[in-house]
Design a protein around this ligand. Structure first.
Ligand SMILES: Cc1cc2nc3c(=O)[nH]c(=O)nc-3n(C[C@H](O)[C@H](O)[C@H](O)COP(=O)(O)OP(=O)(O)OC[C@H]3O[C@@H](n4cnc5c(N)ncnc54)[C@H](O)[C@@H]3O)c2cc1C
Length: 370
C-alpha cells in the first residue's frame, strides 16, 4: 500500500492504470468489477483502432469470461481449427497443435482482429457507466502517481515507464535482428498455417469472413518494397496476398523481447524515491502484459498473456480486499511471473528455430513432430 495512504477495511481502493492497450483495458475492467475506483492514463490522443488478428487461447477466453467480456469477444471471433507447417513449395511438414489445444481447453483457439478485441474490452468497461480513460497523458513520474493512488498498474507496453521507474533499466527491450510485417488481405484463403523458409517465414490465418490475416518475418533491414521478393515462387496464395494488398496498409513490427526476465512483476515499498536512493519509489506497483514480459510473437501469446495477467491481478486484489494489497500483489506475482516468463522463453526459442538458415536440420526435426 502506498506510504502515507491508509485504506479502511471494507472500502475499495483507488488505482491508476498506465496504458490503454489490451492489458490496461482488461485490468481496468477487472478492478472495476472488484469495486475499485479506476482511472486509465494513455499517452495517445485516442484508442488506436488498427492491428491484425490475435489468437485467443482457451485459457485467455476463460479469463475474458470472468472479466465479463467473453460474449463481446465471441461476436466477432472465428475459430482456428486446422493449420499446417509447410515448405515454400507447399509440402506439408507438420500440423500446428490446434486440435490438441481444443481438446485440452474444451473450446477452440479463437482469432479476433485487434480493433474488435479493443471494442470488446471497452464494452466491458462501459457496463460500469463510463470509460475512465484520459488520453494524451504521457506518464513519466510514477512516484507522483503512487502518492495519489493505492495501486499503480504499469500496462504501458515494452518501453514501460512504470517498469523503469520502479525496477530500473536492467531489463530492457532487446532486438532479435528480425522484423515482422503484418496485414489483412481482402480475400479468404483456404490455406492456413505457416510456411518456413530460410531466415524468413510467412503465416496465414482466418479472421473475419472474406479476409485473411497474414504475417511475415524477415531480416530487420527489410523495407516494404523488399518484402515481396523474399516470397517470390512460394506456394499459393502467398505471392497473391502480397501482390493484392496495398503496402500502405501493412504494419512493420519490431521483433523485440524484454531481457533479462524481471525479478518481480510487483513492488511494494515505503522507501524513498528511486532517483535519490536507487530504491524503488514508495507505493504499490504491478506490471502486466508487455511491460512485464514483452515477447516475440511466435507463439501468438502477446495478447493472451496480457489478459491472463489482468485477470490474475484483479482476482487477487478482489479476493484479498483493499487492506490485503501486499498479499494480493504477492499472489499475483506467484501466479503469473514464472508462467509468463516460460511462455516468453518458449517464444524466443521458437523464433530462433523458425528463423534459422540451417533448414535441412530444422525441417527434419519438424517432420518428427506427432
Ligand atoms: C496500436 C497497436 C497495434 C498493435 N497491433 C498488433 C498486431 O496487429 N499484432 C500483434 O501481434 N500485436 C499488436 N500490438 C501489440 C499487442 O497489442 C501487445 O503485444 C499485447 O496485446 C500486449 O498488450 P499490452 O497492453 O501489454 O501493451 P500494448 O498493446 O503495447 O499497450 C500499451 C499502451 O500503453 C501506452 N503507453 C505507453 N507508454 C505510456 C506512457 N508513458 N504513458 C501513458 N501511456 C503509455 C501505449 O500507447 C499503448 O496504448 C499492437 C499494439 C498497439 C499499441
Amino acid at each position: 500500500m502506498a506510504a502515507g495512504r491508509d485504506l479502511e477495511v471494507g472500502m475499495a481502493g483507488t488505482a491508476v492504470v498506465v496504458g490503454a492497450g489490451v492489458g490496461g483495458l482488461a485490468t481496468a475492467t477487472g478492478l472495476r468489477r472488484a469495486g475499485w475506483t479506476v482511472t486509465v492514463r494513455e499517452r495517445r490522443t485516442s484508442l488506436e483502432r488498427y492491428g491484425t488478428a490475435f489468437g485467443i487461447h482457451p485459457t485467455a477466453q476463460a479469463a475474458l469470461d470472468r472479466l465479463g467480456v467473453g460474449e463481446a469477444l465471441r461476436r466477432h471471433a472465428v475459430p482456428y481449427r486446422r493449420a499446417d507447417i509447410r515448405t515454400p513449395d507447399g509440402r506439408v511438414r507438420a500440423r500446428l497443435p490446434l486440435e490438441r489445444i481444443e481438446k485440452k481447453g474444451g473450446r477452440p483457439e479463437l482469432l479476433i482482429s485487434r480493433p474488435y478485441l479493443i471494442d470488446a474490452l471497452l464494452a466491458g468497461l462501459e457496463t460500469f457507466g463510463d470509460v475512465p480513460v484520459t488520453f494524451g497523458e504521457n506518464v513519466t513520474d510514477v512516484a507522483a502517481l503512487a502518492a495519489e493512488h493505492d495501486l499503480v498498474v504499469g500496462a504501458d507496453g515494452i518501453r514501460s515507464a512504470v517498469r523503469t521507474g520502479v525496477l530500473g533499466t536492467r531489463s530492457a527491450p532487446r532486438d532479435t535482428g528480425t522484423v515482422a510485417w503484418i496485414g489483412i488481405a481482402d480475400f479468404e484463403s483456404d490455406v492456413h498455417g505457416e510456411t518456413w523458409g530460410s531466415g524468413c517465414f510467412f503465416g496465414m490465418t482466418p479472421v473475419e469472413p472474406g479476409r485473411t490475416n497474414w504475417y511475415a518475418t524477415v531480416p530487420a533491414a527489410t523495407t516494404a518494397d523488399e518484402l515481396r521478393p523474399y516470397f517470390e515462387g512460394w506456394h499459393d496464395p502467398i505471392p497473391r496476398i502480397l501482390a493484392e494488398t496495398d503496402p500502405a496498409g501493412w504494419i512493420r513490427y519490431e521483433m523485440r523481447h524484454l531481457y533479462p526476465a524481471l525479478p518481480s512483476f510487483v513492488s511494494l515499498s515505503a522507501g524513498a524515491g528511486r532517483g535519490r536512493t536507487g530504491a524503488a519509489p514508495a507505493g504499490a506497483f504491478a506490471l502486466v502484459g508487455d511491460a512485464a514480459h514483452a515477447m516475440t510473437p511466435h507463439l501468438g501469446q502477446g495478447a493472451c498473456t496480457a489478459i491472463l495477467d489482468a485477470d490474475s491481478l484483479t482476482r487477487a486484489v478482489g479476493a484479498h480486499g483493499p487492506s490485503g494489497l501486499p498479499a494480493a500483489l504477492r499472489a499475483y506475482d506467484a501466479e503469473r511471473r514464472r508462467s509468463a516468463q516460460r511462455v516468453a522463453f518458449g517464444s524466443r526459442t521458437l523464433h530462433r528455430f523458425v528463423s534459422t538458415r540451417r533448414t535441412a536440420l530444422r525441417d527434419a526435426l519438424v517432420s518428427l513432430l506427432p
